[in-house]
Design a protein. Structure first.
Length: 444
């Protein structure tokens, strides 16, 4: 009993998480292509990851798997032949999914293909054009202002051809076939918080979970944003039926407080477990209502699926200036924040794993705790808190309340309630209610 207790026994250095993000940082990822494959292979070196390839042109619901994009080089050269914008220096310099181009053109013409951020003149923006054939370069506004008239040589040595969309899946079987889904997008190039923080935490989470006995089965997906989730949902209807709870992990390495966006159903067990854990985590946090815009929860929570999947973040995407710019770099994410995010995820799964319902075997007035040697402290929480937790568990274990219900109503932590239930159970005062008590709100 107690995934979190097991976690706290081990060493989980944020530095390891950060250095994994640093290893992945230089790779030019996209929604398809070799950068994505290389990233998945590096994740595969750490966890049992199965890598899948879905051919371009495959119909996935209302979408089509796009052509595969790969890039070797890209630059803008000035009249003296100097590379003034160089993909080899920073992969954000290229509009992601740019079609190949080799041309010479005057500055006025080139400018219609340049993207900058006037409000942050030193940063390079991150831009994509996945579904509209285009090419372009991203550079700092300061650099663009310094460009003088003349003929520039532009080269984007990319290919956009029939190939595959690649995604990775790590399945960790538990006692039950009912599943917890963890989903992280892996399609952003050198961006640390938006992409690498989520996938580093998801990797370490899978590594930790794989070493423990689990009640639920866990499926950790590393997929390109939007099209990856749509493709996975279209091709895995069998697995979808088993999903009971899910979390999209993204942007969890920065110094901001936690934000949790509820699932579409709003009051699913994952929503309540996460809100409960956040309320007791000792860090600033906010629970947000569902909205149909954001990360891949949009697909999991589309009405046809309506899965109980929420999204865990620190700072919310789009609300911090570094979002989708070169300033979302390895300094923007911190080892300590990554480690705390990992622990928070374990705390949430700790609740899901142990959220059960019990039946008080002595429901007519309180059982006499003293004569059972239960009016004592086990040395965990304070005496009062321990006794209070036992009384709450006894009172609400009427077949209608789960341990999470009791934790919410009592204001005590889930761990305190779970430990009390364990002790009362060992002393014959509770029996566990088995059977289909795992609620699946929202699922038809
Ligand atoms: Zn993004």
């Amino acid at each position: 009993m107690g995934l979190l207790k097991e976690f706290d026994k081990g060493q989980h250095a944020g530095n390891d998480l950060h250095s994994f993000a640093a290893e992945l940082y230089p790779i030019c990822r996209s929604i398809t292509g070799n950068g994505l494959r290389r990233t998945l292979t590096m994740i595969q070196n750490r966890i049992p990851l199965q890598i899948f390839e879905v051919p371009s042109g495959t119909q996935v619901f209302d979408w089509t798997v796009p052509k595969e994009w790969n890039i070797r080089d890209a630059y803008i050269k000035d009249t003296s032949g100097n590379r003034i914008v160089d993909f080899q220096q920073c992969n954000l310099h290229v509009l992601n999914y740019s079609v190949p181009v080799r041309a010479a053109m005057p500055l006025a013409e080139l400018k219609s293909h340049l993207f900058t951020l006037p409000e942050h003149p030193d940063w390079i923006p991150y831009r994509t054009s996945y579904y509209k054939p285009d090419w372009g370069f991203c550079l700092s506004h300061k650099q663009m202002l310094g460009l003088t008239d003349g003929i520039y040589e532009v080269c984007i040595d990319s290919t956009l051809e029939d190939g595959h969309l690649t995604y990775g899946e790590c399945y960790l079987p538990g006692k039950s076939k009912a599943e917890v889904l963890i989903s992280a997008h892996v399609c952003h190039p050198s961006l640390a918080n938006d992409n690498l923080s989520g996938l580093a935490v998801a990797t370490f989470l899978a590594q930790f979970l794989s070493k423990h006995d689990l009640r639920y089965s866990y499926r950790v997906l590393f997929i390109p944003g939007t099209i990856g989730a749509i493709t996975w949902l279209a091709q895995n209807s069998e697995a979808v039926c088993h999903i009971r709870h899910g979390l999209v992990l993204t942007g969890i390495g920065d110094s901001g407080g936690f934000h949790y966006k509820r699932s579409r159903c709003g009051n699913a067990e994952i929503d309540r477990a996460t809100a409960h854990v956040l309320g007791h985590c000792g860090e600033p946090s906010e629970v947000l209502e569902f909205s149909p815009y954001g990360y891949d929860e949009r697909q999991y929570c589309s009405p046809g699926f309506n899965l109980s999947v929420g999204c865990l973040m620190r700072s919310v995407w789009g609300t911090f200036p570094e979002y989708h710019t070169s300033a979302d770099n390895l300094d923007f994410i911190q080892p300590r924040q990554l480690a705390r995010s990992l622990r928070l995820c374990v705390s949430i799964f700790d609740v899901l794993e142990d959220n059960r319902s019990y039946l008080n075997q002595n429901p007519y007035c309180e059982p006499q705790l003293g004569k059972r040697n239960l009016y004592r402290s086990t040395g965990g929480d304070s005496f009062d808190k321990e006794i209070t937790a036992r009384l709450w568990v006894l009172n609400l274990s009427d077949g209608e309340h789960s341990l999470l219900d009791i934790a919410e109503r009592s204001g005590l932590t889930f761990a305190a309630i779970r430990d009390a239930a364990g002790l009362l159970y060992e002393n014959g005062l509770l029996t566990e209610i088995t059977g289909p008590r795992i609620s699946t709100p929202g699922r038809k």
